[in-house]
Design a protein around this ligand. Structure first.
Ligand SMILES: C[S@@+](CC[C@H](N)C(=O)[O-])C[C@H]1O[C@@H](n2cnc3c(N)ncnc32)[C@H](O)[C@@H]1O
Length: 257
C-alpha cells in the first residue's frame, strides 16, 4: 500500500494537534535517544528534535515515499523500516508513535515488548484513532461489503478492533511496570473545501481501497462513498464539522529509589 505525503499533509494542522497533545504529556528532561515510530514524512520527528535539543532523534517509517519526503533535519536520522521488527536500543529513553499502530497487526504485543524494554526514566507515548465506529469508517466498510465491491475489497480494511479500548492500553502498560496516563478525546475538526471528509480519508483510511482497485473502479467507489459522506457530514456556514475520536496512552518507568 502506497502513501502520498502531499495528500496526507493536506490537513497538516488538524492532523498535528493530537501529536502535540500527546508529546505534551511526556515529562522527559534530557533523553539520550528519541524514536518516532511510523514517522510519516518527518514533520513530527522534527518537532521532537526541537523539544529535546540534546537528543539523538530517529524517525522510522515503512513507506519509502514518506521517508523520501522527509526534510533533512540536524540530529535527526530517517530510515525505512517496519515497526513490527523494531526493538529499542538500550539508550532509547523516549518512544513515540502517533497515528500508526492502527495499521500494525499485533500492535498490542509490540507495545508490551517496547514497554518492557524501557529503561528507568523512559517514556512510551502512543496515539491511535478511535474512530472505527464513526460514519467515515462504517460507511466505507459497508461499501466494501456491497455486492459491487466485495470480491475485490473483502477484508482489505481493518475492523473495529484494530485498536484497543483506553482501559486495555492502560492495563497493558501497567503490566510492564509503567506509570500510566491514558485518555481519549474527540476533536471536532472544522474542514474547508468540497468533500473534505473524503479528502481527509483519501490520505489515510482509504489507502487500502485505493491499492486494491484499478484507478477507474476506485473513482467509482469514491463517487459512491463521497455522496454518503456528504449526507453524514453536512457542511454549515463555518465549514464541515468532522468529529474525530482519538486514544492516547503514555507510560513512564520511574527511577528506582
Ligand atoms: C497516518 S500516518 C502518521 C504519520 C506521522 N506519525 C504523523 O503523526 O503525522 C501513518 C504512518 O504509519 C506508517 N506505517 C504503517 N505501518 C507501518 C509499519 N508497520 N512500520 C512502520 N511504519 C508504518 C505509514 O507508512 C504512515 O507514514
Amino acid at each position: 500500500m502506497d502513501w502520498d505525503p502531499r495528500q496526507y499533509e493536506q490537513f497538516a494542522t488538524p492532523r498535528r494537534r493530537p501529536f502535540i497533545d500527546l508529546v505534551a504529556r511526556i515529562a522527559a528532561d534530557e533523553p539520550r535517544h528519541v524514536v518516532d515510530l511510523g514517522c510519516g514524512s518527518g514533520a513530527t520527528t522534527a518537532l521532537l528534535a526541537q523539544r529535546w535539543p540534546a537528543a539523538q532523534v530517529e524517525g522510522i517509517d515503512s513507506s519509502p515515499e514518506m521517508i523520501a519526503a522527509a526534510a533533512a533535519t540536524p540530529r535527526v536520522t530517517f530510515s525505512v523500516g517496519d515497526v513490527a521488527s523494531w526493538a529499542p536500543a538500550p539508550d532509547v529513553d523516549v518512544i513515540v508513535s502517533n497515528a500508526t499502530l492502527q495499521w500494525v497487526p499485533g500492535h498490542r504485543d509490540l507495545l508490551a515488548r517496547w514497554a518492557a524494554a524501557l529503561p528507568a526514566g523512559g517514556w512510551l507515548a502512543v496515539q491511535v484513532p478511535g474512530n472505527f465506529a464513526a460514519p467515515s469508517h462504517t460507511l466505507m466498510r459497508a461499501l466494501t461489503t456491497a455486492p459491487r465491491w466485495s470480491r475485490a475489497l473483502g477484508g482489505v480494511l481493518p475492523d473495529e478492533d484494530a485498536v484497543a479500548a483506553p482501559l486495555e492500553y492502560a492495563a497493558l502498560l501497567q503490566s510492564a511496570g509503567l506509570e500510566v496516563d491514558v485518555w481519549e478525546t474527540t476533536y471536532v475538526h472544522l474542514l474547508d473545501g468540497a468533500d473534505p471528509v473524503l479528502a481527509w480519508i483519501r490520505g489515510t483510511a482509504l489507502r487500502p481501497v485505493m491499492a486494491a482497485l484499478p484507478a477507474g473502479e476506485y473513482a467509482e467507489f469514491e463517487a459512491e462513498l463521497g455522496a454518503q459522506l456528504r449526507d453524514a457530514y453536512p457542511a454549515n456556514e463555518h465549514g464541515t464539522p468532522f468529529p474525530f475520536r482519538r486514544i492516547f496512552a503514555v507510560g513512564f518507568r520511574g527511577r528506582a529509589g
